[in-house]
Design a protein around this ligand. Structure first.
Ligand SMILES: [Zn+2]
Ligand SMILES: [Zn+2]
Length: 242
């Protein structure tokens, strides 16, 4: 047993792992991240999805097929995948992390995300992880960027470099909450810039965020990276609004 696992075991006795949903103590060996009850409420997005943007067609007998949005207009990213639907226990856990500023919940959510097998996605095709940046004003307010915390777990697991200075949010926009897809697209247009174009040249990049809502922000980031010379963009998020 390594020293690290000795310390982890001691920490588990002092602070036994709790469910990210209901905070009940987890049963070691049997449960990880969520208790059985909360786990059952999670809608994992691993089948019946759009092969491009990853939206789920719940209970669709047609299996994977292109959605209307992607048929009409392809996004600037080639693939987008999320672990689960943004509802119930996942929504609560993300809120605890983001608005309750609970960074320990954040780092466990990050491992949960890194453990997920994203369908039709092979991380070995990518050589750089870029988290969606916050505007400096928002960063000061919150004290941390949630997507950087998630990105750190993927970086560690997949051994892919992470660059959180590459993409910069230059425009502080009004909140996107309550806006429709078209309004969001307009609101976010021109909000990002690449700080060193030579670092994105011909790169396959994983763009990372906590929640995929309409995809307007992620598509604008992907567009900015592509225009600066990136070859391919994959989007990964923890949750997705359905
Ligand atoms: Zn639970
Ligand atoms: Zn789609």
């Amino acid at each position: 047993m390594s020293w690290q696992s000795v310390f982890e075991n001691i920490a588990d006795v002092i602070y036994p792992p709790a469910c990210l949903g209901c905070s009940n103590i987890l049963q070691p060996e049997k449960e990880k991240y969520f208790c059985g009850n909360c786990h059952q409420q999670i809608k994992y997005l691993n089948e019946n999805i759009c092969p491009v943007c990853g939206i789920a067609f719940l209970d669709s007998p047609a299996g994977n097929h292109l959605c209307g949005h992607c048929l009409e207009q392809r996004p600037y990213f080639s693939i987008s995948r999320a672990v689960a639907a943004y509802e119930k226990v996942i929504l609560e856990a993300i809120r605890k992390f983001k608005y309750g500023r609970d960074l320990s919940v954040g780092s466990i959510l990050a491992s949960f995300m890194a453990d997920f097998q994203f369908p039709d996605f092979d991380y070995r095709n990518y050589s750089l992880i870029v988290p969606v940046p916050l505007h400096i004003k928002k960063l000061r307010q919150r004290g941390f960027n949630q997507s950087v915390i998630l990105a750190q777990a993927l970086k560690k697991k997949w051994q892919i470099p992470l660059n959180y200075f590459l993409l910069k949010r230059t425009k502080s926009t009004l909140t996107q909450t309550g806006l429709h897809k078209k309004e969001r697209e307009k609101n976010i247009k021109g909000a990002f810039e690449v700080t060193r174009a030579k670092d994105v040249q011909d790169k396959n990049i994983i763009l990372l965020d906590d929640v995929y809502t309409t995809g307007a922000t992620l598509n604008e980031c992907a567009k900015t990276l592509r225009k600066a010379g990136a070859k391919d963009i994959a989007v990964l998020t923890l949750a997705r609004v359905l």
